[in-house]
Design a protein around this ligand. Structure first.
Ligand code: DQA
Length: 136
């Protein structure tokens, strides 16, 4: 089984960015523990701060078994990423580290939620593991 995790803008700064909201663990070390938890699953990882690169990567991931997508701020703005999600058949789970519904109102709108297969929000970095579990 091959799962792709796609992280959007500013998530490269996990561990040092707004640690009161996102925690103090960086994503590389979290990913290492996630891969160790699922040795039989190939977990690919891509992060970009650029909307078009995320769209390209979604297109390139069309043959994997599942995508875990945290489009970060683009969740709330990007028709382009929503259209990319609609353009492939692979199962896609939208995840968020923080509970976006308990934050500013502009984070309550997701262009992705209506077009993904499932949504996992607010469990910290564990949201990604729950995403893997849901795809399994
Ligand atoms: C986020 C929530 C978004 O609103 C925010 O812009 C992010 C991270 C999360 O994982 O909690 O960058 O997607």
């Amino acid at each position: 089984m091959k799962i792709t995790i796609i992280n959007g803008p500013n998530l490269n700064l996990l561990g040092s960015r707004e640690t009161d909201i996102y925690g103090s663990q960086n994503f590389d070390s979290y990913l290492e523990s996630l891969r160790a938890l699922y040795p039989k699953i190939e977990i690919e990882y891509f992060q970009s701060n650029i909307e078009g690169e995320i769209i390209n990567y979604i297109h390139e991931s069309k043959d994997c078994d599942g995508i875990i997508l945290n489009a970060a701020a683009y969740t709330h703005t990007s028709v382009g990423i929503a259209d990319a999600v609609k353009s492939i058949n692979c199962k896609i789970i939208e995840v968020h580290i923080s509970n976006t519904y308990s934050r500013e109102e502009f984070r309550h709108k997701s262009f992705l939620s209506p077009v993904v297969d499932g949504i996992i929000i607010g469990f910290g970095l564990d949201s990604y593991r729950l995403g893997v579990e849901s795809l399994i």
